[in-house]
Design a protein around this ligand. Structure first.
Ligand SMILES: Nc1nc2c([nH]c(=O)n2[C@@H]2O[C@H](COP(=O)(O)OP(=O)(O)OP(=O)(O)O)[C@@H](O)[C@H]2O)c(=O)[nH]1
Length: 164
């Protein structure tokens, strides 16, 4: 399934899902951390190379392990996926999103690179997007609202810099 089709179907499913009855089997819940990596005014987008959401674009990251803080999980995941050490700076947002088969809680941290050179270890492609290019990739369904918040944040930042 291509990413566009996946995105449309996900959106449709979300829109039409009725509230779940108390007797329904609870959806599996997963907790994920994601790094919105900023470097030289651009944001890193990564294309998934495998699995259900293959070809969709995301912020690199992954599942937290038991007992791990979100910040530690983020540093570990980014080292595994991109071979750099990131510094989580600010929690931009935590997204709650119902996929058809699981509920996602995703903590999204604005982050900077502290050390190392990026190597693509798990993804299919990487792109550095300028703020006005953020709509050029097909983001995973849960990321759409993150990207909207990111755009608002970057616009505020740009305004603050202009006023200096
Ligand atoms: N890392 C990341 N995951 C996202 C984003 N948006 C989003 O819906 N997800 C979903 O959150 C889950 C992330 O878990 P993961 O990266 O550990 O996924 P995975 O399937 O590779 O797990 P695995 O490590 O067990 O193989 C996936 O289901 C992924 O589709 C995002 O921006 N970044």
């Amino acid at each position: 399934m291509n990413a566009t089709k996946a995105t449309n179907e996900m959106t449709e499913t979300n829109r039409t899902t009725e509230p779940r009855a108390a007797t329904d089997t609870p959806r599996k819940r997963i907790e994920v951390v994601a790094a919105i990596i900023r470097h030289e005014g651009r944001i890193l987008a990564a294309q998934r190379g495998y699995g259900e959401f293959k070809d969709g674009w995301e912020f690199p990251g992954g599942k937290t392990e038991p007992g791990e803080t979100p910040e530690r999980a983020l540093v570990r995941e980014i080292e595994e996926e991109l071979a750099v050490r990131v510094k989580p700076e600010v929690l931009l947002t935590t997204v709650e999103y119902d996929y058809p088969t699981f509920h996602l809680t995703m903590h999204c941290f604005l982050s900077t690179i502290e050390a190392g050179e990026i190597e693509m270890k798990e993804h299919e492609a990487l792109r550095w997007l300028a703020p006005d290019e953020l709509d050029r990739v097909e983001w995973l369904p849960a990321d759409v609202e993150v990207v909207e918040k990111l755009k608002a944040h970057l616009a505020l930042d740009a305004g603050a810099t202009e006023n200096l």
